[in-house]
Write a protein that binds this ligand. Structure first.
Ligand SMILES: Cc1cc2nc3c(=O)[nH]c(=O)nc-3n(C[C@H](O)[C@H](O)[C@H](O)COP(=O)(O)O)c2cc1C
Length: 306
């Protein structure tokens, strides 16, 4: 057994908040956001370009999406601890070739606020949330849950699309969906998944969801990330598991096939920027995280980037 690292003693509520916020989901579990705590209320956030290097250029916007996921995680945890987060973001594009490896995301400040029941409930979902790559069972996700998710997306200027729409109320095997959506078979990643459904080795994939909305610069990307975590937590609150397929979106060929077959219009800066499967099933094991210590940046290194 290796000893757990001792959480560092930061001023104010930072240790309590960051020690939970570090459980935010990130692509490939890269956990690229690092923090320099300034005092008991203020901190600077950076994106560590070495940790969060995208595999291909098409993946670069996902650095800001991931930052948005973190900001939503931070706000969720802080709210349950009695703090609102005021953000002053620096939305410059990331330069992955830069010699300065910490890209400044902005400054955040904590302001006291009352803890609401909704904040407690959201925190409980945040603690339970995880990626489930397991088979899902055959139960259909309740229309009310899907309506709630669609409303959350719409509230944030996004549109929630899904495969199940035409099939609502018609019970049937996953094969029915696979047959009705033959295009899914042609996707490099998801296609393989659907072929496995057909072969009966991946049970219970009934529903795929996607998010479409403004995706035309760092601000849009950050807002997309916030939306994604909020949706994920809504599914979690209702006991629904989720498995993102970010790689379908960041692979130009899969992405083109996906929008072509769904008929999604990607004009005026809008993009179908996230695809995932969702359903119910046994909760997966908890994923590893870096220690809080590894999320903190010392003055000298952060100073070199700002
Ligand atoms: C923007 C984004 C894209 C992701 N894309 C994928 C993906 O393509 N395939 C996958 O299996 N997991 C994907 N994930 C899930 C991460 O791998 C996962 O969040 C991370 O490993 C931590 O595990 P946890 O979510 O169980 O805490 C993605 C997560 C995020 C936030």
């Amino acid at each position: 057994m290796t000893a757990q690292p001792v959480a560092p003693d930061l001023p104010g509520p930072w240790t309590a908040i960051l020690d939970e916020a570090r459980r935010y989901p990130s692509p490939h579990n890269s956990q690229p956001v690092v923090v320099r705590v300034h005092d008991d209320r203020r901190a600077e956030l950076f994106y560590d370009l070495d940790r969060g290097l995208p595999a291909e250029n098409f993946g670069i916007p996902f650095a800001h999406v991931c930052s948005g996921v973190f900001l939503e995680a931070l706000a969720t945890v802080a709210a349950a601890h009695g703090w609102a987060v005021r953000e002053d973001l620096d939305l410059a594009a990331m330069d992955f070739a830069s010699p300065q490896r910490l890209h400044l995301l902005g400054t955040v400040a904590l302001e006291p606020t009352l803890v609401t029941d909704a904040a407690r409930e959201q925190m409980a979902a945040f603690r339970r949330r995880r990626t489930s790559r397991r088979p899902y069972d055959r139960r259909r996700v309740a229309p009310a849950v899907l309506a709630e998710v669609a409303a959350i997306a719409a509230d944030l200027g996004q549109e929630f699309g899904r495969t199940g729409e035409q099939d609502l109320g018609i019970p049937g095997p996953p094969l029915r969906i696979a047959m009705r959506h033959r295009w899914l078979w042609d996707l490099p990643v998801v296609g393989g998944l659907f072929r496995r459904v057909y072969l009966g080795t991946m049970r219970g994939v009934r529903e795929l969801g996607w998010l479409t909305g403004p995706f035309d610069g760092p601000r849009d990307h950050v807002e997309a990330g916030r939306c994604f975590l909020r949706i994920w937590l809504a599914f979690t609150r209702h006991g629904v598991e989720l498995h993102p397929f970010g790689t379908v979106i960041t692979n130009p060929r899969s992405h083109a096939a996906f929008v072509d077959r769904t008929g999604i219009e990607e004009t005026g800066g809008r993009m179908a920027w996230m695809l995932f499967r969702y359903g119910t099933g046994k909760p997966p094991p908890r994923a590893w995280r870096r220690s809080l210590d590894a999320m903190l940046v010392d003055e000298v290194r952060a100073g070199a980037s700002s």
